[in-house]
Design a protein around this ligand. Structure first.
Ligand code: LRH
Ligand code: MN
Length: 433
């Protein structure tokens, strides 16, 4: 078997050597500044080190739109090569120890072999994802008019069976959760009976729920539109929450940041789901218009910070049933997916650490005294604190790269993969588009 090129720890240490000086300087300066706020910088390094987010297997191949896909060189051609790239991301940023798989795009011939291959790269498996929004080779019934909510029982049964198969594969891989996003909806007024469709969703989800092992959770992902352009069955957090309550204690609501109408207050939805004990976790990304699946923190970094402000508030107050799963869900159309996923993971750790910098006593006091500007500036002080040195120290101490992007580029990893993975023109890697 051809050797698979990997970035070695020695090369990372060499590159870190070049950057260590500026990190130490900035770290010392920030440490002094934070001590004035009675904050111990080492506590924040510990927080940064503890934070982890899962990488989407479908995110390491180049994404596209309905107009075009411009594959890069050295694209991963199967789940093993996707895991190789996930291993490289983890090696450099150290905060992405898990991968979220999508079935059947990543259906393994041998799940135990896949689990071992991943483990050899320090990787485990986060939530599984089913796919009843595309028709797959050899499939008996089409999902053109829906899946779990389709009027025909035979189509619903087929969709339920697919979800049960995902759970079976996940059990072998060591996953503990299953994400269900369905595209079911209508393009025309009158096409669907809204109430009957939701009833059918619950009927199908009850069968999926019943198949969950005791220590598993099911994550329901809402989305306000696309690919259905008039109505979507699970269109918002309210509908998802109602279903999670109906199904039982193992059912939770997953928040994909791109699945909300423009200007919706997502951090408030997060606070609600935390308060109701039904927050599954996240598909982090960013967007300007629709479900653009852009890099997390690239368009609305303050919104990302405000979401983590709610999450850290819940963490510090030991909110009930609070065990959010953090995952990225992005489509990289014009960047090297590895670079985008690394920088997106860094943006999440940044928002998490900055949220831990919020002076919560001062914030509560300002809120209780109806002093809006003092409340806002208390948040802004944390959001405008440059915590880059904390993030770099945390990465380096965990064996990662102080500067993941430059270390990755200087390693020549992508060029080496292009040699190992001769591109088969036109053959799209199974995944989005
Ligand atoms: C739907 C979605 C869902 C995935 C898919 C890849 O827009 O966010 O989470 O299954 O993207
Ligand atoms: Mn998603």
């Amino acid at each position: 078997m051809a050797t698979r090129f990997e970035i070695d720890d020695g090369f990372i240490a060499e590159e870190n050597q070049k950057a260590r000086e500026w990190v130490a300087e900035d770290y010392e300066h920030l440490g002094k500044r934070l001590r004035r706020q009675n904050v111990e910088i080492e506590d924040l390094v510990a927080k940064a080190t503890k934070f982890s987010v899962a990488v989407p297997s479908w995110g390491v191949g180049t994404g596209g739109t309905r107009f075009a896909r411009f594959p890069g060189i050295g694209e991963p051609r199967d789940i093993y090569e996707k895991l190789e790239d996930c291993g490289t991301i983890f090696k450099l940023v150290r905060s992405t120890p898990a991968v979220s798989l999508h079935i059947p795009w990543d259906k393994p011939d041998d799940a135990s072999a896949l689990r071992d291959f991943a483990a050899a790269r320090g990787l485990s498996f986060d939530a599984m994802n089913s796919n009843t929004f595309q028709d797959h080779p050899g499939q008996k019934h089409s999902y053109k008019f829906g899946s779990l909510t389709h009027p025909e029982k035979s189509v619903r049964d087929q969709a339920v069976a697919h979800n049960l198969e995902c759970i079976e594969i996940g059990k072998t891989l060591g996953s503990k959760a299953h994400t269900v996003w369905i595209a079911d909806g209508g393009n025309f007024p009158g096409q669907q009976h809204f109430r009957r469709a939701l009833e059918r969703y619950l009927e199908s989800m009850r069968e999926i729920y019943a198949a969950l092992p005791d220590d598993w959770r099911v994550f329901m992902e809402h989305k306000f539109y696309e690919p259905a352009f008039y109505s979507t069955v699970i269109n918002d957090w309210g509908t998802s929450y109602y279903c999670a309550r109906e199904l039982g204690p193992k059912a939770f609501c997953l928040v994909d940041l791109g699945h909300h109408a423009p200007n919706v207050n997502i951090e408030m939805i997060v606070a609600r789901l935390i308060q109701f004990g039904k927050l599954a976790g996240f598909h982090f990304n960013d967007s300007k218009y629709g479900d653009d699946d852009l890099d997390a923190g690239s368009i609305k970094p303050f919104q990302l910070f405000l979401i983590f402000n709610e999450l850290v508030d819940a963490e510090l107050n030991n909110a009930a049933n609070f065990k959010p799963a953090y995952m990225l869900d992005q489509s990289h159309n014009v960047t090297d997916p590895i670079e985008s996923l690394m920088l997106s993971a860094v943006e999440l750790v940044r928002a998490y650490v900055q949220a831990h910098l919020v002076d919560r006593d001062a914030l509560t006091e300002a809120q209780e005294r109806c002093d809006p500007l003092l409340a806002l500036s208390t948040l802004k002080q944390a959001f405008t604190t440059d915590v880059a040195s904390i993030l770099a120290v945390a990465r380096e101490r965990a064996g990662g790269a102080i500067d993941p992007l430059m270390t990755y580029r200087l390693s020549g990893y992508r060029r080496r993969k292009a040699e190992e993975r001769p591109s088969t023109k036109g053959a799209a890697v199974s995944g989005i588009v």
